[in-house]
Design a protein around this ligand. Structure first.
Ligand SMILES: [Zn+2]
Ligand SMILES: [Zn+2]
Length: 319
């Protein structure tokens, strides 16, 4: 399985400002120290291999959209945040005119998780099949409402694709084409659901918009079971621990620290910090990532190492 991140920001899309780009360029020029490059590709290789990650990347501009490429003819994607526009372009390019079958798994229907759907190209293509899975009763209503006047000019009913809504039962294992999937209820305003996907002995957990109360052992145990031995856990780490337990307690999100703790107990292999706070710039996200890696090292003990990353749009992980 290959996991592709098309949108990794929480709540609202963000973009680098002109000043951000100027500062990264100036720092890169300084780092290069007058070095000459014979070609664009030589300069690219230098940027890729030698410049600090903080100068050549930016963390998540688009809101939640994560593709699971199972290596078969169908598409599987978690959430339809603003990253769905770029994901849709990828699907159309890869299909080259052939109609696609796309399986969508919705964590919940907060706007940042569905705002990309009206811009998802394949929805406009006749003979495309969209199966939108979720556990909320209001799933279909929310999609229709988003494209109702006066919010959007194209009504849902005029979309060219055939669109089916599929209710999944939380806590039960389902088979969706070639992918095993189990949803789990999460603590979030209006409820959200995490998904554990299994295929060919590999497992990926997508768990966003989920607040954890570690003082409740039964609840922690529920998530430890859900994350158990996962190859990859995509985790809502919107806040620092300090924010998550003070000002932003009960805001429905979690932290880098809690992600490390649950993944360690569950014996997961790779934790990806996800749903970045829109107010955090690249340096702030880098610092949350460094803190999480340091915590993992300090508390690892006899356990095997947990790899920790921070998601950015364009990140691909092979399992
Ligand atoms: Zn969200
Ligand atoms: Zn939410």
């Amino acid at each position: 399985m290959r996991v592709r991140f098309w949108g990794t920001r929480g709540s609202i899309p963000v973009a680098l400002t002109a000043a951000d780009i100027r500062d990264k360029l100036a720092a890169a020029l300084l780092a290069a120290g007058g070095r000459k490059f014979a070609s664009f590709s030589e300069a690219c290789a230098y940027a890729q291999q030698e410049l600090p990650h903080s100068l050549t990347h930016t963390f998540g501009g688009h809101t939640s959209c994560v593709e699971l490429d199972a290596g078969d003819d169908e598409y599987y994607v978690c959430d339809m945040g603003s990253g769905a526009r770029a994901f849709g372009a990828h699907v159309l390019a890869r299909q080259g005119g052939r109609p696609a079958t796309v399986n969508v798994f919705m964590s919940h229907m907060h706007w940042d998780h569905m705002m990309g759907f009206p811009f998802f190209g394949p929805a406009y293509v006749p003979r495309t099949r969209l199966r939108i899975h979720g556990c909320h009763e209001a799933l279909e209503h929310a999609f229709r409402l988003q494209q109702s006047p006066p919010g959007f000019p194209v009504p849902f009913d005029t979309l060219g694709a055939s669109i089916e809504f599929v209710r999944l039962e939380p806590g039960r294992a389902h088979l969706v084409s070639s992918l095993g999937v189990t949803p789990l209820l999460q603590r979030h305003s209006g409820d959200s659901y995490g998904y554990r996907f299994e295929r060919g002995g590999r497992s990926v957990v997508y768990s966003t918009d989920s607040e954890h109360k570690l003082e409740d052992p039964a609840e922690t145990e529920r998530f430890v079971r859900f994350f158990r031995g996962a190859d990859l856990v995509i985790f809502d780490a919107m806040y620092s621990l300090a924010d998550a337990v003070s000002v932003k307690a009960d805001w429905g999100h979690s932290s880098n620290v809690v992600g490390v703790e649950i993944c360690q107990i569950a014996g997961a292999r790779h934790l990806v910090l996800f749903h970045h706070e829109p107010a955090n710039d690249d340096a702030a996200i880098d610092s949350l990532l460094r803190d999480a890696r340091r915590l993992e090292e300090l508390t690892r003990g006899a356990r095997s190492p947990l790899q920790v990353s921070a998601a950015h749009d364009g990140l691909e992980i092979d399992l």
